[in-house]
Ligand binder design. Structure first.
Ligand code: MLT
Length: 253
């Protein structure tokens, strides 16, 4: 990475603990297309008031004990399967207005909520997925034009990269490269890998590639293809979920 030690745009390919201060002063976009980001975006767009992401199942059970049970739902999975004792799994399909409107959600997932935890300490933290692609892209471009460096933080799967999150990051980067006024040089290896994947896609419909991912195959036992398709819908909800002081709410930009 020659002279520039802190690139204007960087991509992390899977959730792992950050070095202290690594994300300080940066806008971080946490990406877990299958499915934590997609669930959070859908829930907030459909009226959930706040999300409490927690790393461990026990934390969720402790938190809910001190809350008004009529106003809070627990959503979560381990290895894609709903956690026993929770109200729902981690799924955008269950987050209809009838279920989530006016509710607070406590969520824990295998990788997505972990990436959020590791992002604490960043200047600003957003949740991104195909469902809010353009809202994220515009916000990232604006932040960079004001000199705020950006990290696209893919949750991946248990420390490994995943096609769906890398593709999302690559599509954001590809779009930024198409805008002449955005300074993204020098590109790290992770950035080059992500952009190559996005270029392979050619179109703007991520479903075909995402459906070939390890996680889509893992989920095939538990969820329908429609759910994968839903997570790949571009710009269905033009919203920006932002995490502040440990909880996620919709930002008014
Ligand atoms: C995760 O956090 O790893 C995912 O959201 C898993 C899932 O598909 O539920």
């Amino acid at each position: 990475m020659s002279e520039k030690q802190t690139p204007m745009l960087d991509i992390i390919l899977s959730a792992h603990e950050m070095d202290e201060g690594q994300l300080k002063g940066r806008l971080v976009v946490v990406i877990d297309v299958l499915r934590a980001s997609s669930t959070m975006i859908t829930a907030l767009a459909n009226g959930a008031t706040k999300i409490y992401p927690v790393e461990e199942t026990d934390q969720a059970f402790r938190l809910v004990q001190n809350m008004d049970r009529k106003q809070v739902l627990t959503l979560g999975e381990r290895n894609g399967v709903m956690i026993e004792g929770f109200d729902y799994g981690n799924s955008p399909v269950v987050c209809t207005p009838e279920v989530v409107d006016g509710m607070q959600l406590i969520m824990t997932t295998t990788n997505g909520t972990r990436a959020l935890e590791y992002s604490k300490g960043a200047e600003e933290i957003l949740v991104g997925g195909f469902l809010n692609f353009t809202s994220v892209l515009d916000h990232v471009a604006k932040a960079m034009s004001k000199g705020l460096p950006v990290t696209l933080f893919c949750a991946g799967w248990r420390g490994r990269p995943s096609i769906e999150d890398t593709l999302f990051a690559g599509m954001i980067l590809r779009s930024l490269l198409e805008r002449d006024d955005t300074d993204v040089d020098p590109l790290s290896d992770a950035c080059q890998i992500a952009v190559c994947l996005a270029q392979r896609l050619g179109t703007n419909d991520p479903y075909e590639l995402v459906n070939q991912s390890d996680h889509a195959r893992r989920l095939a036992e538990h969820v329908s293809e429609d759910e994968i398709q839903l997570c790949c819908s571009m710009d269905r909800y033009p919203v920006l979920p932002r995490m502040q002081d440990g909880t996620i709410e919709l930002s008014n930009r």
